[in-house]
Design a protein around this ligand. Structure first.
Ligand SMILES: Nc1ncnc2c1ncn2[C@@H]1O[C@H](COP(=O)(O)OP(=O)(O)O)[C@@H](O)[C@H]1O
Ligand SMILES: N[C@@H](CC(=O)OP(=O)(O)O)C(=O)O
Length: 564
């Protein structure tokens, strides 16, 4: 629909509006200092709309969903800032995060928060203990005491009223008593249980921002349109979420502007209408979903590290920040185990083409990592090394002769039927090696895992010889697969020197990842050795001048063949 819009009075009300309007390429009129209009104004008028922000004008089409299609303009929101558990672990941290947010007066942010510190883990532990402790003891579960103490202390130290969290703490205790009485913790109840973490952190933080004199409004994601599948503990966000969230945040802002403080990690099941969670670390996904829904300029994910690093700093302390990544690299990195980002979180950012910036809330001036659709790969070799441990690997060899068709199809249909996700695959015509995604498999009960694995093997043995290999690790080399020969040459040199035999190699279709499978017991040492070789001994700058291979040979800028 062609719409002629005029923005009146917005220059005074919102500095971002003229820029937003020019991006939209529509008629503008900033001259008039019209009285600040209410929401009724843009709803009732004809083609010329008076409103205080560019995005309000967009709603003139009477199609609230237009807001989520509006690039960088919705309701004047410019950025979503997500703060993880480590960033809001205490009253002191909440003060610092508030100060950080308010130090960007030019931004109109939407804030997403995770639960404070280790609250999610404590809630899960409390739930497990409740199953077996008996109803009278449920109130005495130590983790409940830790959660209660942390939240009440934080409220007290921030000078807030206890009522901000006391109701939720009582409800939590009742829930644990219920679990204790039922002697059962279903996945659905588990999601409801962990939701208390984000529900409390956001209420505290919103109350604190209000106390500072800046208007903030708390939102439970499951109440504002985050609609998900009913896969409790690992739900997927559905498409309807985008327009619904845009409409709600947008509408509220138009009625009464206040910084939205949204619970990360949570949603509402489309059929059950119960609280769902998006998988551990799911607040990143909440943030990118909001970024896409509102068409924001940037998505910021604030962590306790200086960005995405060259490897997990817990595995190797010499890890260094990676300045730029593509969405594909970041997704691959997250999927293959880098805990720093939620595996699904890049999808909305990629779809909305919105840059993601990973920053350190403890070191706000560090540049962090910028993740975008594309980057200059001409000088890029290896970006990061990721380790995924405790992986199960299957070697499957067909009992039929060569030339039999349908072998691979049969193998994969078994995994599909059993709902087991496959990570890495390497095949020949009659054999296949694959690894199973531990996050999908191991989220189930231990006994169920064994039953499922036995069942897989039983089914496969009807037409193949199967070897089940456990305690394996996948080392993923994320980088420029255009330079795979160079990466593999170096990597295998290092592994050979360390006496390590690689049991499987797989190069993903994404062209950013080469995965190597080794024994769990050797994996950490391999990552450290690979990191030293690629990132610490001048290797990258040594080969930096080398261009991407022309007809297979690697040629540097002087035309010399590299690697001989
Ligand atoms: N490649 C990596 N780069 C950065 N951090 C990583 C990497 N791999 C694992 N991590 C871990 O991820 C942590 C940050 O992620 P997370 O705990 O989800 O943060 P938050 O709770 O603040 O969102 C870091 O403290 C670090 O220990
Ligand atoms: N609190 C949830 C969700 C989350 O995203 O947390 P964090 O941002 O701290 O990783 C979890 O611990 O999984």
């Amino acid at each position: 629909m062609a719409v002629a819009l005029r923005f009146r009075g917005i220059a005074r009300e919102s500095p971002a509006a003229p820029a937003a309007a020019s991006r939209l390429g529509r008629e503008q009129d900033f001259a008039c200092a019209a009285p600040r209009p209410g929401p009724q104004c843009w709803r009732r008028r004809g083609l010329v709309v008076r409103c205080q922000t560019a995005a309000a004008a967009l709603l003139k089409t009477d199609d609230a969903t237009a807001a989520h299609k509006a690039p960088h303009a919705a309701a004047g929101f410019t950025v979503v800032m997500k703060f993880g558990g480590s960033s809001v672990a205490s009253a002191e941290r909440m003060r610092e995060v508030a100060d950080l947010i308010l130090s960007f007066p030019e931004e109109t942010p939407v804030i997403v928060l995770s639960a404070m510190g280790k609250t999610t883990n404590n809630l899960l532990l409390a739930g497990e203990k409740a199953v077996s402790c008996g109803a009278p003891k449920a109130s005495e579960i130590p983790e409940l005491a830790v959660i209660r103490e942390l939240h009440l202390r934080t409220v007290d130290e921030l000078g807030l009223d206890t009522s901000v969290v006391s109701g939720l703490l009582d409800e939590l205790e009742q829930l644990l008593k219920g679990v204790a009485m039922m002697k059962e913790l279903t996945l659905r109840t588990r999601d409801y249980l962990v939701s208390f973490g984000e529900c409390m952190s956001t209420r505290i933080f919103a109350a604190y921002i209000n106390k500072l004199g800046k208007k903030a409004r708390q939102y439970d994601a499951f109440d504002i349109g985050f609609i998900t599948t009913d896969d409790f503990t690992n739900a997927d966000i559905l498409e309807v979420t985008y327009p619904a969230v845009a409409k709600r945040l947008h509408g509220d802002w138009m009625d009464d502007p206040a910084i939205p403080i949204v619970t990360g990690f949570l949603g509402k099941g489309c059929k059950s209408c119960a609280v769902t969670t998006l998988g551990r670390g799911g607040s990143d996904l909440t943030a990118t979903t909001i970024g896409k829904a509102l068409g924001l300029r940037e998505i910021q994910v604030w962590k306790d590290v200086d960005g995405v690093l060259t490897c997990d700093p817990n595995i190797y302390a010499n890890a260094i920040p990676v300045p730029y990544l593509t969405f594909d690299e970041a997704a691959e990195l997250a999927y293959f185990g880098a805990q720093v980002l939620h595996p699904q979180s890049m999808r909305p950012a990629r779809e909305g083409d919105i840059p993601v910036r990973v920053k350190n809330s403890y070191n706000r001036h560090a540049p962090g990592t910028v993740i975008t659709k594309a980057r200059d790969m001409s000088k890029s070799i290896l970006t990061s090394i990721v380790l995924k441990s405790n992986v199960t690997m299957l070697d499957i060899v067909s009992t039929r002769m060569l030339g039999q068709y349908g072998f691979l199809a049969k193998v994969f249909s078994i995994f599909e039927d059993l709902g087991i996700s496959v990570d890495c695959v390497a095949t020949s015509e009659v054999s296949i090696s694959l690894t199973l995604d531990p996050s999908k498999l191991w989220s189930r009960e231990l006994i169920q895992q064994w039953q499922e694995l036995d069942h897989v093997v039983e089914e496969l043995e009807k037409f193949a010889v199967v070897h089940l290999l456990q305690r394996r690790s996948i080392i993923s080399l994320i980088g420029n697969v255009q330079r795979s020969s160079l990466i593999l040459e170096k990597a295998f040199n290092v592994l050979r020197r360390n006496g390590v035999n690689v049991q499987m190699i797989s190069q993903g279709a994404s062209k950013v990842n080469i995965s190597l499978v080794v024994n769990d017991s050797e994996a950490k040492q391999c990552v450290q050795a690979l990191h030293s070789a690629f990132f610490e001994n001048g290797f990258m700058s040594e080969v930096e001048g080398a261009d991407v291979p022309q007809n297979g040979a690697l040629v540097n800028s002087n035309g010399a063949i590299y690697g001989n």
